[in-house]
Design a protein around this ligand. Structure first.
Ligand code: MLT
Length: 401
């Protein structure tokens, strides 16, 4: 019989958000009249901005005409989108990333997982705890050696550069999922120097960059000198432009970032990502890439930022409400996630059950993101204003009772 990759026996039996969905489904079957408010998975609720829908419609119409119909697209993604990203996200901010360094994909989650395809097995990998489960699970699946970086209240929930630890690959997510905390420039500089020293690669997940309000915080790892030699940056249109359903993201691999083969030869990493993608992937639909391009027009960008402010208003209201109820609360200022300590003697899952049963509110148990997340819950700010207000009044009511 065909043998299994036994590393799959070492990961949790099902994905965190699948487990939550099963629990919520069972609760909803048993309580059909309960109006459940979802603040679990970070899925957007604002509809797509008008300029994005217009871009999508115009591109769809092109598909009905022989002159403009599109089949397979260019391997790295269409130049119109890569140019728009290079201009708006990097060059206009003084960061030397060009369209050549950008690979369009169906989102950050796939790129983060697929990236391991082009690296050797058995790497020493540094991963924060708590963490977005994709980094941890995909490294377990590959059989890599994982070194966890505890992120606790005493270090502002941010991973610290370890002493005496060898590393090949380092995962950094800022603004952070799940804790909602954001790296300072100095902290990121420390990580870049460490990666240069170790000859390691940093996989920098900037999926939540659009939520940064504090101008002193870095939005891209390439703001840090030297990062272009060690860092791959992964970004997404999911949260910035509401593409969780449409699917589009991109990965940046600067041309100077090298990897080494066993015999000591250096090669540009981007060549192998290109090789991997062209072998296993046929790209994001043209219509979706046109919709993504529309997010960078003045009108499209302004509309996306309006949605970001909408979610940040929710985050602020939730943070204040939870603090008023006496919980210790983190994040929420430059990120759409609120990281809150559970009341004394309640585990993350116990508090999850309590909130689901008593307030019909879905959150994410912190321990689902790693052992250091025990004793916390994560709330997502992606609900509507109305649902957020209602959730706050339900929380007030259960505390009073
Ligand atoms: C989350 O809730 O952590 C994210 O929405 C999941 C994702 O972006 O894949």
């Amino acid at each position: 019989m065909t043998r299994l990759n036994e590393n799959y026996l070492k990961v949790e039996k099902s994905y965190l958000f699948t487990d939550i969905e099963h629990k919520v489904h069972a609760f909803s079957e048993a309580n059909p009249d309960a109006k459940i408010i979802r603040m679990g998975i970070g899925d957007v609720t604002r509809p797509l901005a008008r300029p994005i829908v217009d871009g999508l419609k115009a591109a769809s119409e092109e598909q009905a005409h022989v002159e403009t119909f599109k089949g397979y697209g260019p391997e790295k993604g269409y130049a119109f989108l890569r140019d728009a990203i290079a201009d708006k996200v990097y060059l206009s901010r003084g960061i030397n990333i060009t369209a050549e360094d950008i690979f369009i994909s169906d989102g950050a989650k796939s790129d983060m997982g697929n990236f391991l395809d082009i690296l050797a097995k058995g790497l020493d990998v540094l991963i924060a705890d708590p963490v977005y489960p994709v980094y941890m699970d995909t490294n377990i699946m590959e059989g890599n050696r994982i070194h966890k970086l505890p992120c606790l209240a005493e270090n502002d929930f941010l991973p610290q550069v370890p002493k005496d630890q060898k590393a090949d690959l380092i995962y950094i997510c800022s603004p952070n999922n799940p804790t909602g905390m954001t790296m300072t420039r100095e902290a990121l500089e420390d990580w870049v120097s460490y990666a240069l020293e170790q000859d390691a690669i940093i996989l920098f997940d900037a999926a939540y960059e659009a939520f940064i309000q504090d101008d002193s915080l870095p939005r891209s790892i390439y703001e840090i000198p030297g990062a272009e030699k060690v860092a791959v940056e992964v970004r997404s249109f999911s949260k910035f432009a509401g593409f969780t359903g449409l699917r589009c993201g991109y990965t940046v691999i600067p041309s100077g970032l090298m990897v080494r083969s066993e015999d000591g030869q250096n090669y540009p990493l981007a060549d192998f990502w290109m090789r991997r993608q062209t072998t296993k992937y046929n790209g994001v639909p043209y219509v979706v890439q046109r919709a993504a391009e529309a997010a960078y027009t003045d009108e499209g960008y302004a509309a996306c930022m309006e949605n970001i402010r909408y979610y940040l208003d929710n985050a602020k209201a939730l943070k204040e409400a939870l603090e008023t109820l006496g919980l210790k609360v983190y994040g929420a200022e430059n990120a759409p996630y609120i990281w809150a300590e559970t009341p004394a003697d309640q585990t993350s899952w116990e508090y999850f059950d309590f909130l689901l049963n008593e307030a019909h509110l879905v959150v994410t148990p912190g321990s689902g993101f790693g052992a250091c997340g025990e004793g916390y819950i994560r709330l997502s700010a992606f609900a509507s204003h109305e649902d957020t207000k209602e959730a706050i009044s339900r929380l007030n009511a259960i505390v009073k009772n």
